[in-house]
Design a protein around this ligand. Structure first.
Ligand code: COA
Length: 168
């Protein structure tokens, strides 16, 4: 019998949401080992530095046996292959996610290691959650509690961004 494949769950996780935690839990049930790989790249729209993004998702997934969190830079496929992963896991909320994911999955499979991407459909109640929505609510002083873990909400609320509009 073949060994169970090791899965890489890459993302920006800026910040991680309940949707990400659910995908990590389900991937661990299927694959046993899930490496949550946090991209170090911080583009112009990135709110949190990579060390904070790593810390938050590591805490949010600490209850998942077989899940570990690491930062990475460079090509996802190369990094996954170096770690011995054979599968990339990504969540899909709706059809437009597939338009974004399909070219990445094809490109990743074309790299050395030939990692396959497996998509897990988001839970119905997670289909409207996104990191950008959380960032936008947060920066305007909105309620992010329904979308993130308590620890993520508490951390963000402890920060004072200069442009954050706090509720009256
Ligand atoms: N439930 C809820 N939300 C979900 C979800 C789920 N199941 N799955 C994804 N999302 C959301 C996220 O909240 C986020 O929302 P946003 O776009 O509104 O902010 C979005 O979907 C995707 O974010 P995330 O999961 O953090 O991943 P990403 O798309 O930022 O990650 C990388 C992209 C890092 C995997 C990709 O850019 C990459 O591989 N980079 C490394 C360089 C590389 O190899 N490039 C070539 C790739 S072919």
């Amino acid at each position: 019998m073949n060994a169970q494949p090791k899965a890489l769950f890459p993302g920006t996780f800026d910040p991680c949401t309940l949707g990400h935690v659910d995908i990590a839990e389900r991937a661990a049930r299927i694959f046993g080992t899930v490496i949550i790989a946090v991209s170090e790249s911080s583009g112009p729209g990135t709110l949190l530095p990579v060390d904070v993004r790593v810390q938050l998702i590591a805490e949010a997934t600490a209850h998942i046996a077989g899940a570990t969190t690491v930062p990475f830079k460079g090509l996802t496929a190369r990094y996954g292959a170096e770690l011995g992963a054979t599968v990339i896991v990504r969540g899909l909320r709706h059809g437009s996610d597939l338009n974004y994911e399909a070219p990445m999955a094809i490109a990743n499979r074309a790299q050395e290691g030939g990692l396959e991407t497996i998509f897990l459909l988001a839970r119905a109640d997670h289909t409207r959650i996104s990191s950008s929505l959380v960032r936008d609510l947060y920066l305007h002083g909105g309620n992010i509690d329904p979308f993130v873990t308590e620890a993520v909400a508490a951390y963000l609320q402890s920060l004072k961004f200069p442009n954050t509009e706090q509720p009256a």
